[in-house]
Design a protein around this ligand. Structure first.
Ligand code: BDR
Ligand code: CA
Length: 313
């Protein structure tokens, strides 16, 4: 089996970090061409530094890390320190990574990678606001036909919003970018809150990861200890939702997820519902489906996969 070529676009974030570790631990299935960073959970200066730290935890300093957009396409940046802490990776003890950024803007890296590889061979995996991806599409529309698929974390339907009553964070931060992506015609697989709020890092699941007794195991468990506080307090749930790892788990074991191929439109005008993903789950319009919108996950299978892969690091 040849490994699937992917670019991970991310704003780490503890859950982004687990997604990156899961991917970095799976070289047989995933050929990570690069990690591109975007402003989101925290400003770019921190997300790119966090991504480099995570590569070091995984022992994968061979993967290039590029810094990208500092702010959404046409709005000021909204961040989420109240969820992720001041660093974005609060929990474990952090350090100044030795791994340096690779030269070149993330948007140019995405464009060049898609042009360099065979059409239909590169999958994009956005785990944060869609600014880098939309910028690449706007700057080089020829890449649209070359993208195999975009598998992203963002949006919500039945769960509605986590940053406003109507919107999920990644889409809310840059709704104009989301609109570019959702109207691009590229095949989309979407992991909304409807799925990720079922992927809870409960106490026994976190302790199973800590019991790996490795650097990656302790780092992950320490991150998740911090990460659960917000959601447990807000929703009374049993642990923090591992949003972004759903994207990577889908690439490794798609059978863990079920969903529907539906039309999804992005609200960019209304102040009240800005960033809402209006999903035609019940097929009540004749709008063309543009996304495989996931609705469910086998959470035990998902955590078994994460734990098994972290054990390889
Ligand atoms: C998304 O927003 C961020 O806080 C997480 O990293 C995830 O990508 C969940 O709404
Ligand atoms: Ca994220």
């Amino acid at each position: 089996m040849t490994a699937r070529k992917i670019i991970i676009d991310t704003d780490p974030g503890q859950d982004d970090a687990v997604a990156l570790l899961l991917a970095l631990a799976s070289p047989d299935e995933l050929d990570i061409l690069g990690i591109t960073c975007v402003a989101g959970n925290v400003p770019l200066e921190l997300t790119q530094k966090n991504a480099r730290m995570i590569c070091e935890v995984a022992g994968r300093t061979d993967v290039p890390v590029h810094a990208g957009c500092e702010a959404p396409l046409s709005r000021p940046l909204v961040t989420a320190e109240h969820v992720h802490g001041k660093t974005g990776l609060d929990g474990p003890e952090l350090w100044e990574p030795k791994l340096q950024l690779t030269e070149g803007h993330a948007v140019d890296f995405i464009i060049h990678s898609l042009r360099r590889h065979a059409p239909g061979s590169v999958t994009l995996c956005p785990l944060g606001p869609l600014t880098n991806i939309a910028s690449a599409i706007q700057k080089a529309p020829d890449i649209v036909k070359r993208i195999k698929e975009i598998v992203l974390m963002g949006g919500a339907y039945f769960e509605v919003g986590n940053v406003t009553p109507a919107a999920e964070f990644n889409i809310y931060v840059d709704p104009e970018a989301a609109k570019v992506v959702f109207t691009s015609g590229v095949p989309l697989v979407v992991m909304p809150l409807d799925v990720t709020h079922k992927a809870l890092a409960t106490r026994p699941r976190v302790e199973a990861i800590r019991a790996l007794d490795s650097r990656a195991g302790h780092f992950t468990a320490d991150m998740l200890d911090f990460f659960e506080r917000f959601d447990v307090a807000k929703y009374g749930s049993q642990g923090g939702p591992l949003h972004d790892p759903c994207v990577i788990a889908y690439l490794l074991q798609p059978e863990l997820f079920t969903g529907r191929n539906v039309n999804v439109e992005i609200e960019t005008q209304s102040e009240l519902t800005l960033g809402m993903t209006v999903a035609d789950w019940w097929g009540v319009t004749d709008r063309e489906p543009n996304a495989m919108f996931m609705g469910d996950v086998d959470a035990d299978g998902f955590f078994a996969l994460i734990t098994e892969r972290l054990a390889r690091l």
